[in-house]
Design a binder for this molecule. Structure first.
Ligand code: FMN
Length: 334
């Protein structure tokens, strides 16, 4: 069999993507105060959809108290559906597919706007965010329902699939990591119990959308902390969800202010490659994969199945086309 290339089509669940490039989810901070997407988003995503197989739109809040910023976009009410569906149409018109990224910020939710800052345990990210309230059983049931409703609305808006944001220190990640989850009930105390909430979220979403609808997860493969999650633990977490998920998107960090010591091009590729070697799910690599030779190697050597590209596509909407050799590279990109 021929080795795959960036140009090869790929599959996530029943969905075929025309190539292996993905627009990484990136906050635009251009939502209305009540979390509605605007014409800005329609233009922004439509303009960047031409050369990628898949657009993943920015983190979109399932709950008013889980918004990441006062100007992020949300999907906690039916009124959010219509503006989101305009983004979907603009991307479909460019012959690309589009996923929504569903999130809840937990202790990293927008503090000034908060109705009530919540998290698995009352541990602050930093002084700016402040100390969250520990979630009780009723809160957890409410958030699970918010994920369920958000999943149904995502489908109604026409998205081709869902990415659950369990990376970068937001609520799902906060449950998974021993740094942020000090609970002693059925949601904490052992790796299995820390996994419980995320399993319930994935089950709720899968049940809401059915077996054929793509659902993937974005994880941080490392907490960059000696008592935090390490890649093999994250592999175990994903193994426990593999039957329910269609792909895994491998990022890192964000749980605490700790940052990796060395951020070089493709620094997260080894994390994606570990997932790829241990799991039978499609894997998305991301992070500084901005050179055609590097991107091509990740795919042809099957270190990952897809590559998500972030920042260069903000500055240059044609950047994916440059990676594919459709447009010339700018001198800084070689
Ligand atoms: C402005 C900006 C906003 C971002 N917003 C999100 C987001 O909403 N959700 C998410 O999972 N990652 C977010 N990220 C991380 C990107 O998806 C991506 O992982 C990161 O930029 C590394 O890829 P790159 O080197 O190709 O830019 C954001 C990054 C940037 C620069």
């Amino acid at each position: 069999m021929m080795a795959p290339s960036l140009h090869s089509s790929g599959k996530i669940n029943t969905l075929t993507l025309k190539n292996r490039l993905i627009l990484a989810p990136m906050q635009q901070r251009k939502g209305t105060l009540d979390g509605h997407a605007t014409d800005y988003h329609v233009e922004h995503y439509g303009r960047r959809a031409g050369d990628v197989g898949l657009v993943i739109i920015e983190s979109t809040s399932v709950s008013p108290e889980g918004r990441l910023y006062h100007d992020d976009i949300s999907i906690y009410s039916d009124s959010h559906i219509k503006p989101l569906s305009k983004i979907v149409k603009a991307v479909h018109n460019k012959d690309a597919r589009i996923f929504i990224q569903l999130s809840h910020g937990g202790r990293k939710s927008y503090p000034q706007h908060r109705e009530r800052l919540v998290a698995p345990s009352p541990l602050a990210f930093n002084d700016d965010y402040g100390t969250p309230n520990a979630l009780n059983d009723a809160d957890i049931a409410r958030i699970l329902d918010q994920y369920r409703q958000a999943a149904i609305r995502s489908k109604e808006a026409g998205f081709d699939g869902i990415e659950l944001h369990a990376a970068h220190g937001y609520l799902l990640h906060q449950f998974l990591s021993p740094i942020t989850n000090h609970r002693i009930d059925s949601y904490g105390g052992s790796a299995n119990r820390r996994f419980h909430f995320v399993l319930q979220v994935v089950l709720a979403v899968r049940e809401a959308v059915g077996p054929d609808y793509p659902v993937q997860i974005r994880v941080s493969a490392s907490d960059y902390d000696k008592i935090g999650l390490i890649p093999l633990q994250v592999v175990n977490i994903i193994s426990g969800l593999a039957q329910l998920l269609d792909a895994v998107h491998v990022s890192s960090g964000g749980l605490t202010p700790n940052r990796p010591l060395d951020v070089h091009p493709g620094y997260q590729i080894p994390y994606a490659a570990i997932m790829k070697s241990k799991l039978s799910l499609p894997v998305i690599a991301v992070g500084g994969i901005h050179q055609p030779a590097l991107a091509e190697r990740v795919i042809s050597e099957q270190l990952a199945d897809f590559i998500a590209v972030g920042r260069p596509l903000l500055d240059d909407p044609d950047f994916a086309g440059r990676l594919l050799g459709k447009h010339p590279l700018l001198s800084t990109e070689r």
